[in-house]
Design a protein around this ligand. Structure first.
Ligand SMILES: [Mg+2]
Length: 239
């Protein structure tokens, strides 16, 4: 097979993210501190409880609809439940999201192979990135911070298009932007249900980067499995 394009997932593929058990509480605490500074009268424990109720409801809705409302929507809804009416575009909501994102960014690092692999690949193939992330502006900042932006001809972050992986549309949009046939494109990511099922459904080839022992899922088979990003070069050459 002749490979024209390689698409990457972002978190735990090119950028490594510490477990949500580690980053969530401090990021949410920063968000809550910002709100308190803006005159919202709430204790962190209560804020956290209400936030997670709102978030979990949003997660369960988006797992069915495959929509990706911006993180601001979650913040606005949490405030509403606490008795404060702020529109999703209110500066208080935008500032709260930014406070969360600024803290969250401290828990993200660059995979040591990422730049090497992207440099090698970007003269050979068209490169793209498709990420599920409800704070797209933070996604762009991370790409900039780690010097990844320049490698990609297309970047799609779910919160920007209100569609998330594994929806077909997000992959089709990326393929159309590059003018590439699905059958000549490869997707590489770390999650079977997002990064293998989704791209397979539109006819792309898939490479799973195995970051952790995955639950057995006999229904979904990636075309290739790698354990380090560096192995991707050979994997793609041998399609
Ligand atoms: Mg990922």
């Amino acid at each position: 097979m002749h490979v024209n394009a390689v698409f990457f997932d972002m978190f735990d593929t090119l950028l490594l993210l510490e477990s949500d058990k580690i980053f969530y509480a401090p990021s949410l605490r920063r968000l809550c501190e910002f709100l308190v500074e803006k005159g919202i009268n709430v204790r962190f424990e209560r804020f956290e409880r209400v936030y997670f109720e709102v978030r979990d409801k949003a997660y369960s809705e988006s797992s069915k609809s495959l929509e990706e409302p911006h993180f601001n929507v979650r913040v606005s809804k949490t405030l509403q439940r606490l008795g404060y009416n702020f529109d999703v575009n209110d500066p208080v909501v935008l500032g709260a999201t930014k406070a969360f994102a600024d803290e969250f960014m401290h828990y993200v690092s660059l995979d040591p192979d990422a730049i090497y692999v992207l440099r090698k690949m970007h003269h050979k193939y068209k490169l793209g990135l498709i990420s599920n992330f409800a704070i797209p502006e933070c996604g762009w900042k991370l790409l900039e911070k780690f010097g990844l932006k320049e490698f990609f001809e297309v970047v799609i972050i779910s919160g920007e298009v209100n569609r998330r992986k594994p929806s077909r549309e997000i992959f089709e949009k990326a393929l159309n932007t590059l003018g590439v046939e699905a059958s000549t494109a490869v997707f590489v990511g770390d999650m079977l249900d997002l990064d293998v099922i989704g791209p397979k459904s539109v006819g792309m080839k898939t490479v799973l980067i195995k970051r952790r022992p995955a639950r057995e899922n006999t229904c979904v088979k990636p075309d290739k499995v790698i354990t380090r990003l560096r192995e991707l070069l050979t994997a793609v050459e041998n399609f």
